[in-house]
Design a protein around this ligand. Structure first.
Ligand code: ZN
Ligand code: ZN
Length: 890
């Protein structure tokens, strides 16, 4: 227990036990379409870190909020339990990955309980159990049935340190480093299993448009990753080698193709390398696709430009990639920046063939009958679409029309679509993953393990430098399911992203023994309504999950084609502006914070520190003041309970009641869109108002209690333990977890105007006292403007007449005011653009009167709020709607 706080350990343990006893977070199988709230399941690495705590506090708060709103909620948790770190840790500690992983899971589960996360633990899953991974194997077979699995020789990313193949997504940065160990990645040829995600490229791309509950940044990252481009494939004839196909999105520029380039691993390049030393030297030592500038080497070959018939030189160049397009490129230096840089370096011709379109670029408009202005491309390429020039019969066509015509006219040309997305190589030469359910037979080749023989379970771990499955001789030996002959098991395991591509479906029926998930229930419960996790999963995990969902929809009867309706990518918890990391030694341990201040403090501090998407800095001082806030709230409730007040239902009580309604209305909105920080700020403001109320006067018991009960419930999603404690102290029998969300029937706009008026008025009083140097005011009078000014304002807001004053003067009760009305009319005219309606004179009077106590408290002087007609004109002449006049006696 910390000095200023309360006995958080006792409170938190009491309520955790009570929730457990009551099964408070269980979701029965028979509920109808619960709200599905999910945090990305963690890798069990040993201990929860702050990133986990933030991630799971967000989902927990939202799940609790939805529960209080009356929803059935599904909020499960599990473990992404396969993966390389467990294998490495097991080697280091001379244990095995399973025991190590189970220990980590136990530790982290205890920590999650201590944080008060309300999960349905009956639905817990761990991907490393045969009960789970058998379904990875089963799904692999279903994908195979549907021709979505392929085995092929492939150039793969190989990390020499981890001794494993990496997916493209696991290779990081320009330097191509292993995502786990930062070792530079090498290339190797290996037979690999692929899932054919490219079959779904179009649908994966097009459906992104409908994911309106996802952050735009993530949607754009997925679009870029899929990288669809429309263009054309066209053949260039290379002497002695025949036609070579190039892909281009700009066939309209083909007349400007002044050279041709081949990827270093294009078959022709490899042929040339056998005879030509300079080509071999380039391919083996100089080519650097990641380099800052394009490099290449000339060859003796020429290619025929099919549009011009000209012979153009052929290069082998490192900026041409064999896995993008066709590995061959028609280079148009006048209209492509990279081709331009290369042409300058090699002294190749740069010919402009596109001019700016006069219709979209009026500055370049040619005089009637003249040619368009040919751009100067000697320094820089002109990369926009435009009008063709120097292009024979095609000159004068616009780019788009020219692309169509040229694709039609050039014999070898045809429309083509190209993607950045590659098929998903899932083979890993590692132990701690799902065995790929295949045996290799000398006669039959690779054969699937029949469903009835699944799961193929992992053998005991063998501590070896290579793949432990290769060393498991007994396990490897088997018989062929097809011919009964001797066969060997596949020793590759699956990328763990396979496990996470469907785990959200397993929670629906975690113990089901004859299918990966209960189809009917999944159709009812899916998709996940709110998914929360790190931005680092914006591409791989989310794209693969979408892919699996679509395959399951096409072939297994799932009635949903997208897994996650709303996605929130939470920001980082930093320390002094830097990401927390063990290597930097700037890690704040959640465990220490919980021990010292309690889980409620940790949760509340995090959620009020920033909007969930934003990064924020951990602050020990912020934690302490959060803890102090909770302690003061506890005191406030206890004081009320032990000594119930009996004040009047006066203007102050009305003010407090209004604030309670306003807070409930705003906080609910903010919880809805997961901006917890805003909801919590409102809640803390209301708490302060209640405390001021109690110290200013004897509170009206009913109003005051309603306020306390509202605060407790508004805090319950974020600080659930103390909320339970205080809700009980306020005399409730049920859990606050199951309590109804407080309701308010107020209009947000009214609330905002009322608060603005009060705030501005207090500010004005401060200014006057300050400017006039008043030490100790005797009385403060607040004068609401005369009614005619409100009418004039309304006319000014609604009218679009040029002559506003004239229009105002048509109203007799305004005209009667004479010069004063004319002056006010001029004020309105001057600010006309910015005018908006205020509350009416009665509502303003009421708002100010009920807030008068705040001004009295601040300046220690009596405050009276009056209408203009109760005072002389000299007093009210400065009063305006939204801006009462202020008189101070001293
Ligand atoms: Zn590595
Ligand atoms: Zn066989």
């Amino acid at each position: 227990m910390s000095d200023a706080g309360y006995d958080h350990a006792a409170v938190e343990q009491r309520w955790q036990a009570a929730w457990d006893d009551a099964d408070a977070y269980r979701t029965p199988d028979d509920v109808d379409d619960p709200t599905y709230v999910l945090g990305m399941y963690p890798y069990p690495s040993g201990k929860l870190h702050m990133g986990h705590v933030r991630n799971y506090t967000i989902t927990d708060a939202y799940a609790r909020y939805r529960r209080m709103r009356g929803d059935d909620v599904l909020h499960p948790m599990g473990w992404d339990a396969f993966g390389l770190p467990a294998e490495n840790a097991a080697k280091e500690r001379d244990t095995n990955p399973r025991d190590w992983t189970v220990d980590c899971i136990d530790t982290m589960r205890d920590q999650m309980r201590a944080m008060g996360f309300g999960y349905d633990w009956d639905r817990e899953i761990a991907t490393c159990t045969p009960e789970y991974y058998r379904w990875n194997q089963w799904l692999f077979s279903r994908f195979h049935d549907e021709d979505l699995v392929e085995r092929r020789d492939a150039e793969v990313n190989w990390c020499p340190h981890c001794e494993t193949v990496l997916a493209d997504e696991q290779v990081e940065g320009e330097a191509e480093l292993c995502w786990r160990c930062d070792t530079p990645v090498e290339q190797r040829e290996l037979e690999q299993w692929f899932l054919k995600i490219t079959e779904y490229a179009d649908e994966l791309l097009e459906d992104i448009d409908d994911l309106e509950g996802w952050p735009n940044s993530v949607r754009q990252m997925q679009r870029n990753w899929i990288g669809r481009q429309y263009g054309a494939e066209v053949d260039f004839e290379i002497k002695d080698h025949g036609p070579v196909t190039a892909f281009t999105t700009r066939i309209d520029t083909i007349h400007g193709a002044t050279f041709f380039a081949l990827a270093p691993d294009h078959p022709i390049s490899e042929e040339l390398a056998a005879e030509d030393d300079s080509v071999r030297e380039f391919i083996e030592h100089e080519a650097d696709p990641e380099g800052d500038e394009p490099n290449g080497v000339p060859t003796d070959l020429t290619a025929t430009n099919p549009a011009t018939g000209e012979e153009i030189p052929v290069y082998v160049a490192d900026f041409v990639l064999s896995d993008v397009g066709t590995g061959a490129l028609m280079a148009v230096p006048g209209h492509d920046e990279r081709d331009h840089a290369f042409a300058e370096k090699m002294g190749e011709e740069i010919v402009p063939v596109i001019a700016p379109d006069p219709e979209t670029d009026p500055e370049s408009e040619p005089a009637e009958g003249e040619e368009p202005t040919v751009p100067d491309v000697s320094e820089d390429a002109f990369t926009d679409d435009g009008v063709l020039v120097n292009s024979g019969e095609y000159s004068g066509l616009e780019s788009e029309a020219a692309r169509e015509r040229l694709t039609e006219d050039i014999e070898s040309a045809e429309e083509a679509t190209q993607y950045q997305l590659r098929d998903w190589g899932i083979s890993r030469q590692r132990y701690w993953g799902t065995p790929i359910p295949v045996v290799h037979c000398e006669d039959c080749g690779p054969v699937l393990v029949p469903d009835e023989d699944l799961p193929v379970e992992l053998p005991e771990f063998i501590n070896t430098t290579g793949n432990p499955l290769d060393a498991a001789e007994e396990w490897k030996k088997t018989t062929c399911p097809d011919c009964g002959g001797p066969a060997e098991r596949e020793t590759d395991t699956m990328d763990t992203f396979v496990d996470s591509s469907w785990y959200f479906l397993r929670y629906v029926s975690p113990d089901l023994e004859d299918a990966p998930f209960d189809l009917e229930r999944a159709n009812d419960w899916m998709p996940v309504d709110q998914y929360v996790g790190g931005i680092e999963h914006a591409v791989m995990h989310l794209l693969y999950s979408r892919f699996f969902t679509k395959v399951l929809a096409d072939h297994e009867g799932l009635e949903h084609r997208e897994p996650f309706t709303n996605l929130l990518a939470q920001g980082m918890v930093q320390l002094e502006g830097e990401k927390m990391s063990k290597s930097k030694g700037n890690v704040v341990s959640p465990q220490r914070i919980v021990e010292e201040y309690g889980a409620d403090t940790a949760r509340l501090f995090m959620m009020q520190a920033a909007q969930p998407e934003r990064d924020f800095d951990w602050s020990e001082e912020g934690v302490r003041s959060t803890n102090a806030f909770l302690a003061r709230l506890k005191e406030l409730v206890e004081d009320f309970v032990s000594n119930e007040p009996d004040g009047e239902e006066d203007a102050i009580a009305r003010y407090v009641a209004n604030e309670i309604d306003a807070t409930i209305a705003i906080a609910g909105e903010k919880y809805d869109d997961l901006t917890f920080n805003r909801a919590l700020r409102e809640t803390q403001d209301l708490t302060r108002t209640l405390r001021n109320y109690a110290s200013h006067t004897e509170p009206h018991a009913e109003t005051y209690e309603r306020g306390l009960a509202a605060v407790v419930r508004l805090l319950a999603p974020v600080a659930p333990h103390l909320a339970e404690e205080l809700y009980t102290e306020l005399g409730n029998d049920e859990f606050v977890v199951d309590a109804p969300w407080p309701t308010a029937s107020v209009d947000r706009e009214h609330v905002d105007k009322r608060r603005q008026l009060v705030e501005n008025t207090r500010e004005d009083v401060r200014d006057i006292i300050d400017v006039a140097g008043i030490e100790d005011p005797d009385a403060i009078e607040v004068v609401v403007a005369p009614t005619w000014k409100y009418d004039a304002l309304e006319i000014a807001v609604e009218s679009d007449a040029d002559n506003l004053i004239g229009e105002l003067m048509q109203e007799s009760h305004i005209r009667e005011q004479g010069d004063v009305a004319a002056d006010y009319g001029q004020d309105l005219q001057a600010e006309r653009e910015a005018l908006s309606m205020t509350l009416g004179p009665e509502d303003e009077h009421d708002a100010l009167e009920s807030a008068a106590w705040l001004i009295e408290r601040e300046f220690d002087a009596p405050v009276s709020v009056v209408h203009a007609d109760e005072v002389g004109e000299s007093v009210h002449k400065n009063a305006a709607p939204g801006r009462p006049a202020i008189e101070i006696e001293d």
